[in-house]
Design a binder for this molecule. Structure first.
Ligand SMILES: [Zn+2]
Length: 103
């Protein structure tokens, strides 16, 4: 079981959290201007990298707040956690962050 550091409550067991998928996917400012393929890309296509991935998690059995987790998809190691609105930044790995959503 993973131990996840909630930025508000501190470290807790994984069972208290639920994962909300990839983080930092920006909603297109003018969805009506997109083609169906571009809209489908925004809704469904994710980067699925081998290595560092930023995900949204909710401390659903605790403070019920959302925050971001940077996790290694190979080892499942939690690289860091940070509050919503904070930049992903952090140490290397990853690459091509803002792809997919534009803006
Ligand atoms: Zn919490």
């Amino acid at each position: 079981m993973l131990r996840i550091e909630c930025p508000y409550c501190g470290p807790r067991d994984e069972i208290e959290f639920s994962c909300g998928g990839e983080a930092h996917i920006a909603r297109p400012p003018e969805p009506e201007a997109l083609s169906d393929a571009e809209w489908a890309d925004y809704l469904f296509m994710r980067t699925n990298p081998k290595g560092a991935l930023a995900e949204r998690w909710c401390h659903s059995l605790g403070c019920r707040r959302w925050f971001n987790v940077e996790r290694d998809t190979v080892s499942h190691e939690i690289l860091r956690t940070y509050k919503m609105g904070e930049p992903r930044g952090g140490g290397g790995g990853g690459g091509g962050d803002n792809s997919g959503g534009g803006a």
